[in-house]
Design a binder for this molecule. Structure first.
Ligand SMILES: Nc1ncnc2c1ncn2[C@@H]1O[C@H](COP(=O)(O)OP(=O)(O)OP(=O)(O)O)[C@@H](O)[C@H]1O
Length: 264
């Protein structure tokens, strides 16, 4: 469904962030992207929806090469790709509901969104999503009144209301405590399964990735050095991916209540 073909990004500074990446992600597959700082994980996620312009190569979403699209066609194609950010990227002074509905901006046109007149079907769907993530009672709260975990749930709803085929998720738990991180990863992966959605999750916490996804891709210096099941990530493999960096430091301490939570 998503195919990266010799995807390359060289920044103006000369930094070669991606070196001819080939990757296929089938429909409905959730994968984690791991690797040390500077490996090119964020660049890869952002080249897929062209928030960063690739230098060369192809990004094929259902056989349409996104790198060849003009701005109008790209805007339409971006509806198919929901994005979830580390810092949530909510509009703080707007309500939870308004933030979720902003995910429909690619569909409703400028004036309608400017006047915040969304179709009833969008509003109904926003309520359904908020209910699903346990935030229905917060719909009228301002975004700046929410905790980190709650903000990320709003970010997830905003991405899903786009009705995307693919989720691009950039460090979704980096600003959260370990327990909330696990809840958010569980929610993202459950929602992907429920909706048959593919996802690429850039995540620095290896243990968290291993807990929730069936496929892990390891990047190092802009190249894929691992692509396989989480169980194949032996200490040797991890040392190969992370090099001198201590990969054990990327594993967050698991709370004592982990077993209780897992049994729930
Ligand atoms: N806007 C930019 N201009 C120039 N170089 C950049 C830019 N963004 C990233 N880079 C460089 O590209 C390389 C890959 O960076 P990227 O942010 O994609 O890595 P990452 O794996 O996501 O790292 P981190 O986990 O620290 O976020 C690094 O060498 C970085 O310095």
């Amino acid at each position: 469904m998503l195919r990266l073909q010799k995807l390359t990004k060289t920044y103006k500074t000369g930094d070669q962030a991606l070196k001819a990446i080939d990757l296929e992600v089938p429909k409905g597959q959730v994968l984690a992207l791991i690797g040390p700082s500077g490996a090119g994980k964020s660049t890869m996620i952002r080249c897929i929806n062209r928030l960063v312009e690739p230098t060369s190569g192809g990004v094929l979403l259902d056989d349409v090469d996104l790198t060849r699209l003009g701005s109008g066609a790209l805007r339409k194609a971006r509806r198919e790709m929901g994005m979830i950010f580390q810092e949530y990227a909510l509009v703080e002074r707007l309500t939870v509901m308004e933030n979720v509905l902003s995910g429909r901006l690619g569909y409703v046109g400028f004036w309608r969104s400017f006047l915040r007149r969304y179709p009833q079907s969008d509003i109904d769907e926003a309520f359904r999503l908020l209910d699903r993530v346990g935030l229905l009672h917060m719909a009228d709260k301002r975004a700046d009144e929410l905790s980190g975990g709650q903000r990320q749930r709003v970010g997830i709803c905003r991405a899903l209301i786009q009705n995307p085929k693919l989720l691009l998720v950039d460090e979704p738990t980096a600003s959260l405590d370990p327990k909330t991180s696990r809840q958010i990863m569980r929610l993202i992966t459950e929602l992907c399964h429920e909706r048959g959605l593919a996802a690429i999750i850039n995540i620095h916490d290896v243990a968290l990735a291993q807990m929730f996804v069936p496929r892990v891709v390891g990047l190092r210096f802009g190249e894929i050095v691992y692509d396989g099941r989480p169980t194949g990530l032996t200490p040797d493999k991890l040392t190969e991916i992370y090099g001198e960096e201590d990969w054990e430091a990327t594993i967050e301490k698991v709370d004592d209540d982990e077993e209780v939570e897992a049994a729930e």
